[in-house]
Design a protein around this ligand. Structure first.
Ligand SMILES: [Zn+2]
Length: 481
């Protein structure tokens, strides 16, 4: 008779460290089956966070049922402490071994439940593991209580930027940097532009090294800086940690920025459109991507529509409709870059000065707050689902099924929120024409682009009239408001 072995693996926190990740357990168990010439019937994997909390182990129940049915006549696990969590459970397994002739093999050593000595060893191993876990649980409880009483925060490693070594006291100088970074990103400035500025001001990370866009992005997208805890299941890392975990609770440490700003940052920084545009690197042409070729085509009432690109001629920067082989761009429009930039800037600043325009820009296009509320509602729902799963009110599968559509909607709304936010925050730039002109002069390229795109969807550039040197009427602005 072939031996059909069940591999039972369990991940828990009662024993951290190497060798006990589920994948490693499985690999070792499969190797053991191969050595013993056992056929692997199925893999049973339970994931209980706290081994001795008494939570049900669905796969364990399934395994017991399969043993009772006679489908399985051997169990392979990494260590006895993976298999059973209490002496009572171990006795159940020993009973099954008696009744069904169940064989047991563990990677960490031979345990033969058919012999009294083997059972004794199993009981001792189980007792030792239980003792260790109880001891550790008690130690952790004590530490957590002490930490809470002292207002401390769990976790080791380097202190996070913005906080002291106790990870809970705000370091005001860095907090100010965080608030500034958040404001600038929300206003549409690029991460690399901020990093460049911070490098010249010698603002460095907690580790004392200059800021890089990837690090700044992760820091500003973290829920930590808004005084909230974030949880990223390690199983979902796939090599690199995802940018956003789930916000699970208010933390004991104080926030440096508001929850709302944090949510907006998280939405903005995880927006895939933004990442693409960042890859474009530093643009030296203010309006590339904003200017569109307005030269009419043979089809009535249509224009070329291609995005003008920056291309100097005889050292003079110009925007031109690209003449690309194989593309249907007309290559027939060109305009002086400096004069175009100045003209569009003036148009935008003038528009900002107009109360009527600002009223339209301010007017919610329905969305702003509404989208924000939707995002929050979905985040709360995800939290509740996670709690239901944690308390075993729903199965893992039910949890996964229920969260999929919410997560999808959440992603969509986060993207929407990112777009609304970048405009809403720009309202802070607006002042009198002189004010704005002043501020404009001090802005870098990325900030200026942010200002323009907050008000302008596109600028259509009509072909030049050869009789005129400079003709502002060539520029038809497609205002957002
Ligand atoms: Zn064209």
């Amino acid at each position: 008779m072939t031996t059909r072995a069940a591999i039972y693996v369990r991940i828990s926190q009662d024993r951290g460290g190497a060798g006990l990740g589920i994948a490693r357990q499985e690999e070792d168990c499969r190797a053991l089956c191969a050595r013993k010439g056992w056929e692997v019937f199925d893999l049973y994997a339970d994931n209980d966070v706290s081994a001795y909390s008494g939570a049900a182990r669905p796969k364990w129940q399934e395994l017991l049922a399969d043993i009772n049915e006679g489908l399985v006549n051997a169990v392979v696990c990494w260590h006895v402490d993976r298999l059973t969590r209490s002496p009572r459970e171990l006795e159940d397994v020993i009973d099954l071994a008696d009744r069904q002739g169940l064989e047991l093999a563990t990677v960490s050593g031979e345990v033969d439940l058919a012999t009294p000595t083997g059972r004794m060893i199993a009981r001792m191993l189980g007792a030792a593991a239980r003792h260790e876990a109880e001891h550790k649980a008690e130690r952790q409880r004590r530490q957590r209580r002490q930490a809470a009483e002292a207002g401390k925060v769990a976790g080791g490693g380097k202190r996070p930027f913005g906080y002291e070594d106790d990870r809970a006291t705000v370091r005001e100088s860095e907090a100010e940097n965080i608030r500034e970074g958040a404001r600038r990103v929300l206003a549409g400035e690029s991460l690399s532009s901020i990093c460049r500025d911070w490098r010249t001001r010698e603002i460095v990370t907690a580790a004392g090294i200059p800021w890089k866009p990837s690090g700044l992005r992760r820091m500003l997208a973290s829920a930590r800086i808004s005084g909230r805890r974030e949880h990223t299941p390690r199983s979902s890392w796939e090599g690199t940690r995802p940018l956003l975990g789930e916000v699970v609770s208010d933390a004991v440490w104080p926030g440096i920025i508001s929850h709302e700003d944090s949510d907006r940052l998280r939405a903005l920084l995880s927006d895939p459109d933004r990442r693409t545009s960042m890859k474009g690197g530093s643009r030296t042409y203010l309006l590339s991507g904003i200017l569109r070729c307005g030269k009419p085509t043979e089809v009535p009432n249509t224009a070329c529509g291609w995005g003008l690109i920056g291309r100097p001629r005889s050292g003079v920067p110009r925007y031109v409709c690209p003449n690309l082989p194989g593309a249907d761009s007309c290559g027939g429009t060109a305009t002086n870059a400096q004069r175009t930039d100045d003209h569009v800037r003036d148009m935008v600043l003038t528009a900002f000065e107009s109360p009527a325009f600002m009223k339209r820009l301010r007017e919610p296009d329905g969305d702003g707050d509404e989208v924000y509320e939707k995002v929050q509602a979905d985040e709360e729902e995800l939290e509740e689902l996670a709690a239901d799963f944690g308390k075993q009110r729903i199965s893992r599968k039910e949890w996964m099924v229920a969260r999929a559509p919410i997560q999808e909607r959440l992603e969509r709304n986060r993207a929407k929120l990112a777009k609304v936010s970048s405009r809403a925050v720009l309202l802070g730039f607006v002042g009198s024409y002189e004010d704005m002109q002043d501020r404009w002069e001090k802005m870098n390229h990325s900030q200026r682009r942010a200002v323009i795109s907050s008000a302008v969807r596109a600028v259509h550039v009509l072909p030049a009239d050869p009789r005129k040197r400079w003709d502002p009427d060539r520029f038809v602005i497609d205002w957002i408001a």
